[in-house]
Design a protein around this ligand. Sequence first.
Ligand code: KIV
Ligand code: NA
Length: 277
Amino acid sequence: QKAITTHDLKQLKAKKEPITMVTAYDYPTAKLIDESGIEMILVGDSLGMVVLGYDTTIPVTLEDMIHHGKAVVRGAKRAFVVVDMPFLTYHLGIKKAVYHAGRIIQETGAKAVKIEGGKEIVPVIQAITQAGIPVVGHIGLTPQSVHQLGGFKVQGKTKEDALKIIEDAKALEAAGVFSIVLEAIPHDLAKLITETVSVPTIGIGAGNACDGQVLVFHDMIQYGLDRSPKFVKIYGQIGEMIKRSISQYKEEVKKRSFPAKEHTFSIQESVLEQLYG
Ligand code: KIV
Ligand code: NA
């Protein structure tokens, strides 16, 4: 089975076949997602919230992303792996941004990076693209700016905000991104952007008109989370399944019914006698 390329993703948009993307942060998850036939895996900086237990994505470091990115790439044989550039790794000048994007690609083996922001990050996107690294844009709700946005809120509801997001999408396309994530914006705005830009749009909380969809793995299977955003559909109750398994283990250990004979090694009677002297 051949690995998915940026060319294949463009073809999917041309054929109007929705692109599927799920986040992963480790080897077994990447392997399961890959084996499910999902085309793209995102090593999102949502890592900070769903795996590392922070309240926002802001504390996530480049080293965190590289560490988890490496594990995901080992598990993904076919899916196209994208790694998020975390907070502060593309804000301190173009050279640093290219260096950090390059380290992500070189050290993890992922094929592309994703960067939050619109017009203001065009020079950074151009430079990273010129270095031969495919870039995914990310506009609408950009969680690294959560404090500036005043919370994890739907974006683009007023005319001014909607126009800004459209302008940002066009600027990103012109800067050379090969795809754009649209997060938490109204359906009709996402549809308009999808019809306006030539690159595939990947929506999360952006309606079904986008060229693709992405969900956070832990959200969609309710793994270790007490609540999820409105736009998440829950496809499985893995957290409950894990708790049931662990509780059963605890009960059986307390009763000494685990380990049972079939989980236990034995020693020959004669050897045992010698041990007892
Ligand atoms: O970090 C992440 O998981 C993301 C997706 C929500 C698009 O950026
Ligand atoms: Na992210």
